[in-house]
Design a protein around this ligand. Structure first.
Ligand code: APR
Ligand code: PHB
Length: 389
């Protein structure tokens, strides 16, 4: 088989790229290791920057997002019983869109299917060949049958555990990593949100986050130990701990109910450089990971897709390599800013095992500064709603 762009990974990065290329008549094939149900079973963050909303519009996939998503004009931050709001609309003129990543992925799959796009599931042993030459190709197998795709370019959209990043030789690749000494225990419950906006809570017992999907589906998190297992936490224990970490007036209003999902995610900051090697381009989690504080994972993947899509368009429509040559530098410049923001927001809101009383006082001072200082709120709001592409 031959295609123009071979895309490894059928997560949001790979699907969005494939659908955008389709709008310009550029052919692609998506290879996904798992099944569609498996991909759609993963629960991830649910806050979309305007840039991603714009890309979904450009891809012709934003109808449901506009009908069912919730624009949020601000967010709440608490420390102990104190709570304040950062107004995104006032400081940036832009809201964020609350809409689950799973739904974004579902909409993209639907669009790919409608357009007759080829997505191969259950692919095994994908190997990228000759990415540093002029004629790259992939080999892989499906049901023990060996296959080959020849292509102009390879987009490595295969997440943190994929093959693409590792294809870049060790002497070319540089990796930067920070592991956080805690995780997030998250539950999904069919209950109304405790507040109509998200609450990021710094409490002496650790971080908590109240998020939501719709008026009867909530996503709540608490910072937990990396040694914890989801089954160590009964629903009752989760709710009791969650209530202790948000302001008392919010805890009083909290409606609890059985969890329909419960999982623990570790927190990691990670960047690989460069994001291009020859005709191989890395996109999304394949190249970088952020801790979830601030919901930058999917949004940063989207900005990569934007730069790569436009680079490939320039190549096919104008016969120019300028965009693809600038890809790694442009993508990384924005990636590092998202890394900085999510590291800063994580550092501000969590309890660290080796944190002293001094460190805690500094966190509170920074929160009080943010509460009272317009410039600090503007900086936070600009980062939260998403820096320009
Ligand atoms: N061959 C084919 N597919 C693979 C391979 C492989 N060797 N390795 C991984 N994949 C698939 C995974 O099964 C997954 O569906 O690649 C996909 C990568 O999807 P994600 O991990 O979701 O990464 P990405 O599409 O970059 O999405 C960015 O935003 O909120 C964040 O971390 C979150 O998923 C997230 C992301
Ligand atoms: C979520 O809704 O899952 C979510 C929202 C905001 C975050 C992280 C996760 O910062």
């Amino acid at each position: 088989m031959r295609t123009q762009v071979a895309i490894i990974g059928g997560g949001p990065s790979g699907l969005l790229l494939s659908q955008l290329l389709h709008t310009r008549g550029i052919e692609s094939v998506v290879l996904e290791r798992k099944t569609k149900d498996y991909v759609l079973g993963r629960i991830r963050a649910g806050v979309l920057e305007q840039g991603l909303v714009g890309l979904m519009e450009e891809a012709g996939c934003a109808e449901r997002l506009h009908a069912e998503g919730y624009p949020h004009d601000g967010t709440l931050l608490s420390y102990g019983n104190e709570m304040f709001r950062v107004d995104f609309k006032e400081h940036t003129g832009t809201p964020v869109m609350v809409y689950g990543q799973t739904e974004v992925t579902r909409d993209l799959y639907e669009a790919r299917e409608k357009a007759g796009g080829l997505v191969e599931f259950n692919v095994e042993d994908v190997v990228i060949h000759d990415a540093d030459g002029d004629a790259p190709y992939l080999t892989y197998s499906v049901n023990n049958e060996d296959r080959r795709i020849d292509c102009d370019f390879v987009a490595g959209c295969d997440g943190f555990h994929g093959v693409s990043r590792k294809t870049i030789p060790d002497d070319v690749r540089r990796e930067y990593e920070k592991i956080y000494p805690f995780g997030w225990l998250g539950i999904l419950s069919e209950t109304p949100p405790v507040n109509h906006e998200l609450i990021y809570a710094n409490s002496p017992r650790g971080f908590a986050l109240a998020s939501m999907r719709n008026e009867n589906l909530c996503r709540y998190y608490i910072q937990c130990s990396l040694n914890d297992k989801p089954e160590d936490w009964s629903d009752e224990a989760f709710w009791a701990e969650f209530k202790k970490r948000i302001p008392a007036d919010q805890a009083e209003k909290l409606v609890t109910g059985p969890s329909i999902e419960k999982s623990i995610a570790p927190l990691r900051s990670f960047v690989t450089e460069p994001m291009r090697w020859g005709r191989l381009f890395l996109c999304g989690d394949a190249a970088h990971i952020v801790p979830p504080t601030g919901a930058k994972g999917l949004n940063t993947a989207a900005s990569d897709v934007h730069y790569l899509f436009n680079g490939l368009r320039e190549f096919y429509e104008k016969n120019s390599c300028a965009g693809i040559d600038a890809y790694s530098t442009k993508a990384l410049a924005r990636v590092w800013k998202a890394e900085r923001f999510s590291w800063w927001f994580s550092s501000l809101m969590h309890r660290y095992p080796d944190q002293t009383d001094f460190d805690h006082k500094i966190q509170i001072a920074e929160l009080e500064f943010l509460r009272s200082n317009t410039a600090a709120q503007k900086a936070m709001a600009e980062n939260y709603v998403g820096l320009p592409y």
